[in-house]
Write a protein that binds this ligand. Structure first.
Ligand code: IMP
Length: 426
């Protein structure tokens, strides 16, 4: 992906999240100098497998597993500090030294325990299927201009005053939502006092660091979390997360201008999955859905929930290509389809009897669409050890060609297993 003119690339999920961004970023980070997370928070679960070890990274960019890579957590992330440190500790325990390689934007907002209580309480009425990590309430506070940011910890007295007001307000809301839970101010204060001395040395003007790196032509990967259909503007609203998961969010959330970004790689699974609620037009009927789930190990990395599984939905990926301005695709988990005799692809929808090639804005309409399927022959042989496109079975290449044609963007990578080396560069 990187060349003399392409030094800053954004990597985004182009479906409903869980497309395998962690693995792709890990593979690409070998050639990068900086990897930046720019939105979302501990709701993400980026899985990377190295040898026998599996790492699930929630907030720390997947590039951290390469010793030469510097990682930034941008201003657009909502940071859960307690979780960050357990993630850091577990990396250190497993021999990954992060010293001097991780910086957190001092403008990033904090996710605090009261956000999780509010998330749980609103989930009772809204039933969106959130991860329960307090993401929505933390972004609500940010945009309501009452968030607490990393920078506020520099004046702990001030943070304490802010907390008093915020915890009081959270408890009023909890009462209003008929929750019996209450946030405890003393526990919040004690937590921030305990964590501030560890967090502040990592705090930096991350946007400035990134700007300087871009100016110096350093190789930068902007690592998106979740997927296009979970974007608060472009996704299947209200069954979305609370940030801009699409490429536009990268500039804002990392603190650079959009003109600094040279290309966009969209990660798509060779089929479709979603965790959480809301319509999923190409959801496979039993027993195919169950078979995809079993073969693909489709259980949420953060919540352990079984993922809903279905066939590749080209309408979704075409839409994601457009709203992200993608310049390439990485197709992951092709090997999961190895044993299927026939593989349907949803090429477009039928809505109220009419053919429809674009995503409807209304979630109710998306719930009513009938996918139009084209059925391709499976290859029924293992692909996990293939390293060249030309060596893939003919039917697998035909499948990839069809995905590429329907999505309108070239396939640049194909992942054929969880290991680092199980990747084909086209
Ligand atoms: P929240 O981000 O926890 O508020 O959850 C909102 C929606 O986004 C729910 O449907 C979640 O299941 C989904 N979601 C959030 N993060 C991820 C992710 O990393 N992968 C897949 N789905 C996610």
């Amino acid at each position: 992906m990187f060349d003399a003119k392409t030094t800053c690339i954004v990597v985004v999920g182009a479906q409903w999240g869980d497309e395998g961004k962690g693995k792709l970023v890990d593979v690409l980070a070998e050639r990068a100098d900086l990897v930046v997370r720019y939105q979302g928070g501990a709701n993400a679960g980026h899985t990377v497998v190295i040898g026998e070890k599996q790492f699930i990274l929630r907030q720390i960019p997947s590039g951290i597993l390469h010793s030469g890579v510097t990682c930034l957590i941008g201003n657009g992330v909502v940071l859960e500090p307690e979780n960050l440190f357990s993630e850091l500790d577990s990396l250190h325990e497993r021999g990954i030294d992060t010293t001097g390689r991780l910086f957190i934007s001092d403008r990033a907002h904090l996710v605090l325990p009261y956000h999780k209580l509010l998330d749980a309480a609103s989930e009772k009425s809204q039933q969106l299927g959130t991860t329960g990590r307090g993401i929505g309430p933390a972004y609500e506070d940010k945009y309501g201009r009452r968030g607490i940011r990393v920078v506020d910890l520099r004046r702990i007295e001030c943070a304490r005053m802010l907390l008093t007001e915020r915890v009081r307000r959270a408890n009023q809301l909890l009462q209003l939502m008929e929750s019996t839970e209450r946030a405890n101010l003393d526990e919040h204060v004690a937590m921030l006092e305990r964590l501030a001395p560890r967090l502040l040395p990592l705090a930096a003007d991350a946007g400035l660091l990134l700007h300087r790196a871009v100016k110096a032509n350093r190789r930068v990967l902007l690592e998106g979390a979740q997927g296009a259909l979970l974007d608060v503007d472009h996704g299947t609203y209200p069954y979305v997360t609370s940030s801009n998961t699409t490429a536009g969010g990268a500039a804002v959330g990392a603190g650079i201008g959009p003109t600094a970004i040279d290309g966009g790689l969209g990660i798509v699974k060779a089929y479709t999955t979603s965790v959480g609620n809301g319509p999923l037009p190409t959801e496979a009927e039993a027993p195919h859905g169950e078979r995809l789930r079993r073969l693909g190990g489709e259980f949420g990395a953060v919540t352990g929930r079984p993922r809903r599984c279905g066939w590749f939905d080209a309408t979704v990926v075409r839409y994601a290509t457009r709203v992200n301005g993608l310049t390439g695709l990485a197709v992951t988990k092709l090997d999961v389809l190895d044993t299927f005799a026939e593989i349907p692809i949803g090429t477009m929808y039928r809505l109220s009897g009419e053919l429809c090639e674009e995503m409807p804005a209304e979630v109710e309409a998306l719930g009513r669409v009938q996918p139009v399927y084209e059925v391709l022959s499976g290859w029924q042989q293992p692909t996990g050890e293939t390293r060249k496109l030309a060596d893939l079975p003919r039917q697998a290449r035909a499948y990839l060609d069809r995905l590429e044609m329907l999505s309108g963007v070239p396939v640049r990578y194909v992942s054929v297993g969880t290991r680092r080396d199980q990747i084909i560069e086209t």
